[in-house]
Design a protein around this ligand. Structure first.
Ligand code: ATR
Length: 269
């Protein structure tokens, strides 16, 4: 069977092994996909060690996506512009290829929910690795604008300067109502809440949290309390980014995601 895995810390609750085993089943492949816990400073040696022992591909999650960007020998597609890599592919003649499937995953997830992006106003919360990773794909959908808000404004400025539809949002008062608000901060992972500007939300505002949970996420609760409309958690994005990674490792079509997404949602319950 083909050895795959996901590097991260923490990693024990990762759903990726489950998702990829369902893709393997669907496509008739034998896959051994492991959770790979890495110490904060051990990322590059862990990656080298695992690939030398026959890993054919891997995912990378928090907090190593930017480190992964730095260790690959070649960037695929939008990964070169994002500074963050979530997918590693063993290169045919040695070295590693880095891709970022988070952005395509997010766009596919939004489309599956009937949310279009072309001509829309998007408010992206956060300017860390998660935001950097999805920015190229969001920008490619030709939204009217992507406002980037970040607790630390200088990081928002850096990120926004790289993409033509992006603008930094320094003050809530200078924004118009967005059609879509995407949470790419890690606030909830630290149990911290994110103050949402109530005057920017109404029942037509759509929310998307990159974090998922069995119950409502902190962002989903806050979004609702602040007057927003429907707000999705990140489970669909997780499945969609995984499907793109799978297609890269095996040079195959993207696996079907709809049924697998619903199955995982039920398994979470
Ligand atoms: P990294 O910062 O390592 O790239 P990330 O999870 O992609 O990892 O980024 C964390 C994001 O969540 C950042 O935008 C961070 O804001 P800062 O740049 O100001 O640190 C944001 N974040 C984390 N905790 C937050 C909180 N309590 N409120 C608002 N934003 C928060």
């Amino acid at each position: 069977s083909d050895k795959l895995g996901v590097f991260g810390n923490p990693i024990k609750h990762s759903l990726s092994p489950r998702i990829h085993s369902l893709f393997a089943e669907q496509t008739g492949r034998h896959v051994d996909y492991q959770r790979l816990l890495v110490s904060p400073y051990g990322f590059s040696s862990a990656v080298a060690g695992q690939f030398s022992q026959g890993l054919v591909g891997a995912n990378v999650t928090v907090p190593f996506k930017q480190a992964a960007y730095r260790i690959v020998t070649q960037h695929l597609g939008s990964a070169a512009h994002s500074g963050a890599v979530n997918t590693l592919i063993s290169a045919p003649h040695g070295g590693l290829i880095g891709a970022n499937t988070d952005g395509d995953g997010l766009v596919a997830a939004l489309k599956s929910k009937g949310v279009s992006l072309a001509g829309r106003r998007i408010l992206l919360l956060g300017a860390g690795g998660a935001s950097r990773g999805v920015m190229p794909a969001l920008n490619a959908e030709k939204p009217d604008v992507i406002w980037v808000w970040n607790r630390t404004p200088s990081r928002a400025e850096q990120l926004a300067s790289l993409f033509d539809s992006a603008q930094v949002l320094r003050h809530w008062s200078s924004a118009r109502k967005p059609d879509l608000i995407i949470n790419a901060t890690s606030a909830s992972l630290f149990g911290e809440s994110l103050a949402l500007p109530e005057h920017l939300l109404d029942a037509d505002t759509v929310g998307y949290d990159m974090v998922y949970s069995r119950d409502a996420t902190a962002f989903q609760s806050q979004f609702k309390a602040s007057g927003g409309g429907v707000c999705f958690d990140g489970l669909r994005m997780l499945v969609e980014q995984a499907a793109v990674s799978f297609s890269l490792w095996f040079s195959c079509d993207k696996p079907e995601t709809e049924a697998i997404y619903h199955q995982l949602r039920n398994e979470l319950a």
